[in-house]
Ligand binder design. Structure first.
Ligand SMILES: [Fe+2]
Length: 498
């Protein structure tokens, strides 16, 4: 076990490297005005850094009477200051939204997370600190990763507390009602400033697992249902430059480690983190299986190289056979800059591939089997009642038929038992975001619930929230709630019943 001092030194290592000058490189802030592609407007972000509130939202259709609560979402909300824009979607400052649905009418609140970075840059009126995909020269002292924490990736509710998450640093606690920022979360004194990923996994009994990765090391967290740290462990092993998500079963934690290396010389020469990433395809992906019982490494297996952002779910059969699903990403699109054009409001020359992969890991036989599906999806979700358990359905935004050039125009349910897909393709041009499965009160069967998610209507230039009967997606939304404005496209969210 490393000492607290060496932990903190390791946590501080990456941002200090980012102190190097950016002027020498080609991945600094962009000065070109934002483009005019109507489907990309929400990627412009909100320019003023001001919070918004809209009450008495317009409701279309019949909202299910039993569906009452708050849909929290998070994403990069501010991409531009003083006429200069970030290059990469992942860079923007965290904007947390709360959609109040059903209980006291329908309202929407959006508030920027007051990270130290946001507060300083808001006051200065310009960007002062390096970002993940944009090499901004540091104009403030950089001591630790939380100095550049944007809190922009997801939200977590545990023990009645709300957190904004960012994988490179600490969770940031917010007030669940007002969304006011309370401050950085420290799970234990020796873990101060340690990364806490944006993809924690909650067991049906309320326990929560998460990880953080930094400087080639991996820290594992187990948090009880009341929100207290139960166990943690630091694994001193080679992890890639970016590790975004993982998956749990009843017995194991499973990671897929893509061969993404950080070129430290490039970072020192002033490149951004993304600009300094190198893909080493010949090394393949490592499958890392950790035993929950003692948090030891149970197995490491090899598979072909593939970029992975998100998992749906996983389960094991008690005999050492694990089944899981994930979405593969397009490494070329991620590294070659095509992804950056949409953040400048310009249509990309082509859209990268992403879609479901079904992986079977046989630990006794040390064997892997991979099934590649044809659909184009991202942001997979499952019924929260089946996390880490045997499961049948995966829900996701999808691109189908004559989709616009960018984004998702459909919602789908993949039935893993039958291999069948049920979907709804929106009739007008839309960009669909993550869709969450919310169980119906009193129901027991997997998938018996609503599919709740957000999107952007291109013609109206407004954001909306739809609810589907998750067992009848093709019938279309039961109801749609409309905002009087658009919200910057976000990443992930969570629903809390009233
Ligand atoms: Fe994510």
């Amino acid at each position: 076990m490393l000492t607290r001092r060496s932990l903190l030194q390791a946590a501080a290592a990456l941002p200090v490297a980012a102190l190097a000058p950016a002027w020498a490189t080609g991945d600094g802030l962009v000065r070109t005005p934002f483009g005019s592609a109507p489907e990309l407007q929400p990627l412009r972000g909100w320019l003023d850094g001001q919070d918004r509130l809209a009450e008495g939202l317009r409701l279309q259709g019949r909202w299910p009477a039993e569906l009452r609560g708050t849909l929290y979402r998070n994403g990069p909300g501010l991409m531009e200051r003083a006429g200069q824009r970030y290059r990469h979607w992942f860079d923007g400052d965290g904007l947390v939204q709360a959609w109040q649905l059903g209980a006291q009418g329908f309202s929407h609140q959006a508030r920027f997370v007051r990270t130290p970075k946001f507060v300083a840059e808001q006051e200065a009126g310009e960007f002062l600190l390096p970002a993940f995909g944009t090499a901004v020269p540091a104009k403030r002292p950089l001591r630790r990763s939380d100095d550049v924490n944007t809190a922009n990736t997801s939200v977590m509710l545990q023990g009645g507390r709300l957190y904004a998450l960012w994988e490179g640093g600490s969770a940031t606690e917010l007030d669940p009602q007002s969304l006011h920022t309370k401050g950085l979360q420290t799970w234990a004194p020796e873990l101060q400033g340690m990364p806490f990923s944006a993809h924690p996994k909650r067991e049906p009994d309320g326990r929560l697992w998460n990880f953080g990765s930094f400087g080639g090391k991996l820290v594992i967290y187990e948090i009880d249902a009341a929100g207290g740290l139960k166990r943690w462990k630091l694994l001193d092993m080679a992890v890639p430059a970016m590790l975004h998500d993982f998956v749990i079963t009843e017995r194991f934690l499973v990671f897929l480690l893509p061969p993404l290396r950080l070129d430290l010389a490039a970072v020192k020469a002033g490149r951004s983190m993304v600009g300094a990433m190198r893909w080493q395809a010949e090394q393949g992906n490592r499958v890392l299986v950790i035993d929950k019982a003692d948090l030891s490494v149970r197995a490491q297996l090899q598979m072909p190289a593939e970029l992975v952002f998100h998992f749906g779910n996983a389960w094991d059969d008690g005999q050492g056979v694990i089944r899981l699903d994930y979405v593969h990403g397009d490494i070329d699109e991620f590294l070659d800059g095509r992804f950056n054009s949409v953040v400048q409001g310009q249509r990309p020359s082509s859209v990268g591939e992403s879609g479901p992969r079904l992986l079977r890991i046989d630990l006794p036989r040390q064997r892997l089997d991979l099934v590649k599906r044809e659909e184009t999806t991202e942001f997979p979700q499952v019924d929260p009642r089946v996390v880490a358990r045997r499961y049948r359905y995966v829900y996701a935004p999808a691109r189908h038929g004559r989709a616009p050039g960018w984004g998702f125009n459909a919602v789908q349910r993949l039935d893993l038992e039958r291999g069948a897909v049920e979907r709804f393709v929106f009739p007008s041009e839309v960009v669909i975001e993550e869709q969450l499965l919310v169980p119906k009160p009193g129901s027991r069967r997997e998938g018996q619930g609503w599919l709740l998610g957000t999107g952007f209507d291109v013609a109206r230039q407004r954001s909306f929230c739809t609810v589907f009967d998750a067992e009848a997606l093709s019938a279309g939304p039961l109801a749609t709630v409309w905002l009087p404005y658009w919200v910057p496209l976000g990443f992930h969210g969570a629903f809390v019943p009233a």
